[in-house]
Write a protein that binds this ligand. Structure first.
Ligand code: G6P
Length: 593
């Protein structure tokens, strides 16, 4: 996590870096800092708090043409000024920002840096001092950096300024993203393409284990054997206004509203009239396998449950969902010919990448389904499918969830080879979501009834239960109310002991086969004092239900019912006055294991 930005060029580096950092705050936002070169001297400003606060600290008139900055999601050491980046080496020569985790920082300390003083609790300060250590042995800065990174274990995107020659930004990259963008006025280097949008025409996403330096006119990239690598620049076709909130109060609300148009966009991208347009190699890869292993984290993992449903129902291929962080450290029984499908909004989630590498090394094919063609996972995987959701900025994922499910439904249909009404059904689902959005005031009213709760439970069965998992995650992550999802049949086996007077229990009922039994389970909680709510599909609704979900094909119900739950989470969080787009303790792109 953490976001880093560097700029060198003829524009004001302070503005470029601060604006870039603000755009990267989704990666972490507990502290922020910037180093700017002025009259060949480096000035550092940093503190706990948001980039907005840093902007206030930088209220000075001088103009700088080189700067590096950092927005932090604390791993080593509490969020405070001392632990904020940039960090400097003991003699003050090397100034550095870092995204990632240096796993062997303690070993480096006692192997090389016994004489050094450490002021922060971070792993990053070790890197600044290690560069100084090698530089003190007579190495030039590039070699000192190369020798340092060759010692590092873990993940890092580093930007370094050498105060003796403050006309360059040195960088190094391993296992965490770093992208260089080129404009007529200078060069930007950042953790994501967003800070490049609107002013860079071309970009290059760096490979792992590369390092180098940029000047105003030049980029030099090397591998760890110190061999210069040629740059494969790509055109950048992103506009700045794609990353604004528009007329919405929050990115999350904007992204919820984008969902119908994303479904329509996916239809355009993946359908050629009634025929599905997916590379035959991807279809063959899945058809040839005997089992599909779906690997993901967070919301993407909950989307994977729907993928499992589609692959099993439509393609008759046994499928299993794995939590990436567990699979990294376990050795499941792999039989015959498995295929691994990785769902990841960002394509940068460290645990998912680690699993991908592990199983690709064993020779198993991988399909990455991501929202970023420029991401590490899209790059590493054997095959890639884009979910075309447009950049998701709010930390709580919404549109990526439904886009992932839609792509998996399309993929499974394509593999099954069956004649399909999916296109039509998706169009109906987009209309149904629009209807929910029109009725959102009803959801706001429900939010008022649960805003003061300390516990909330979602219940459902089958695919409704999988939506409950995502609904509970959404509510807890932005409202901070303890929320759990239960398969309603399991309640009696222990969890019903948690039901007290007034505890909200929300049932999702969209499936004919389970509707009545979920309602019976809800009555059991009501008999024990629960405040019950029902979100039901129109065809099976009852007059007392709290929200009626327009009818859609049963297998697409999750992408519609989830919208009600997203809005409920949104309204509860705003009623509580929470920072909806940047909930506490979270980050959008989890690039550390
Ligand atoms: C973080 C985000 C979630 C996301 C999860 C997995 O926890 O806050 O919204 O679902 O990471 O991220 P990915 O990019 O792999 O989908």
């Amino acid at each position: 996590m953490c976001g880093i930005v560097g700029y060198i060029g003829s524009k004001d580096a302070k503005d470029m870096v601060l604006t870039g950092l603000q755009q990267l705050e989704y990666r972490g936002y507990d502290s922020a800092g910037i180093a700017l070169v002025h009259n060949q001297e480096v000035k550092i400003y940093k503190d706990q708090g948001r980039v907005e606060h840093l902007r206030e600290l930088c209220d000075f008139a001088f103009c700088s043409h080189l700067g590096i900055g950092h927005t932090r999601w604390a791993t080593h050491g509490v969020p405070n000024k001392i632990n904020s980046h940039p960090h400097i080496s003991n003699n003050g020569r090397f100034v550095l920002v870092h995204n990632g985790v240096i796993e062997n920082y303690k070993k480096i300390k006692y192997t090389y840096l016994n004489e050094y003083t450490f002021y922060s609790e971070t792993d990053t300060e070790v890197v600044a001092n290690l560069i100084e250590y090698f530089s003190n042995q007579g190495k030039d800065t590039r070699d000192a950096i190369l020798m340092s990174i060759s010692e590092l274990e873990g993940s890092y995107a580093l930007l370094v300024i050498d105060q003796k020659d403050p006309n360059k930004i040195y960088f190094a990259k391993n296992k965490t993203p770093l992208i260089i963008g080129v404009a007529y006025d200078g060069v930007t280097i950042a953790s994501d393409v967003i800070p490049l949008a609107g002013h860079c025409d071309q970009y290059v996403g760096l490979e792992d284990k590369t390092f180098g330096y940029i000047t105003k006119e030049e980029i030099h990239l090397f591998n760890y054997f110190n061999k210069e690598i040629s740059l494969k620049m790509k055109n950048l076709d992103l506009k700045n206004n794609e990353f604004g909130k528009g007329d919405f109060d929050h990115f999350m609300l904007k992204e919820i509203h984008e969902q119908p148009s994303i479904i329509r966009h996916l239809i355009q991208e993946y359908f050629d009239k009634e025929k599905i347009n997916i590379s035959p190699e991807i279809i063959k890869c899945i058809k040839n396998c005997t089992k599909i292993n779906l690997v993901a984290c967070g919301t993407s993992m909950y989307a994977s449950y729907m993928a499992k449903y589609y692959f099993e129902k439509l393609c008759n291929i046994p499928s299993e969902v794995f939590v990436a962080s567990e699979l990294v450290y376990s050795s499941p029984l792999i039989l015959d010919k498995p295929c691994f499908i990785y769902l990841s909004q960002s394509g940068e989630t460290a645990d998912s990448i680690a699993v991908m590498k592990k199983f690709m090394d064993k020779g198993y094919p991988s399909i990455a389904i991501t929202n970023s063609v420029a991401s590490s996972m899209a790059h590493l995987a054997t095959y890639h499918l884009d979910i075309f959701a447009g950049k998701e900025i709010a930390v709580a994922s919404t549109k990526a969830y439904i886009a992932q499910i839609v792509v998996c439904a399309i993929l499974a249909k394509a593999v099954s080879g069956q004649k399909t009404n999916l296109k039509n059904n998706l169009s109906k689902a987009a209309l149904a979501i629009e209807k929910i959005l029109e009725d959102k005031i009803l959801i706001k009213n429900i939010a008022k009834e649960i805003v003061d709760a300390t516990n909330v439970f979602y219940i459902g069965r089958g695919i409704d239960y999988w939506v409950c998992l995502e609904a509970a995650l959404k509510l807890k992550e932005i409202s901070y109310i303890h929320t759990e999802a239960f398969s309603s049949g399991e309640l009696k086996h222990g969890s019903i002991a948690l039901i007290d007077r007034g505890v909200p229990v929300i049932a999702i009922c969209t499936q004919e086969g389970t509707n009545s039994i979920v309602r019976s389970n809800l009555i059991e909680t009501k008999s024990r004092g629960a405040k019950d709510f029902v979100f039901a599909m129109e065809s099976m609704s009852e007059p007392s239900d709290d929200f009626i979900i327009p009818n859609v094909a049963h297998y697409l119900a999750p992408i519609v019912s989830v919208v009600v739950c997203q809005l409920l989470a949104y309204y509860v969080a705003t009623l509580k006055g929470n920072d909806v787009d940047k909930p506490k303790n979270l980050a959008k792109s989890v690039t550390v294991e």
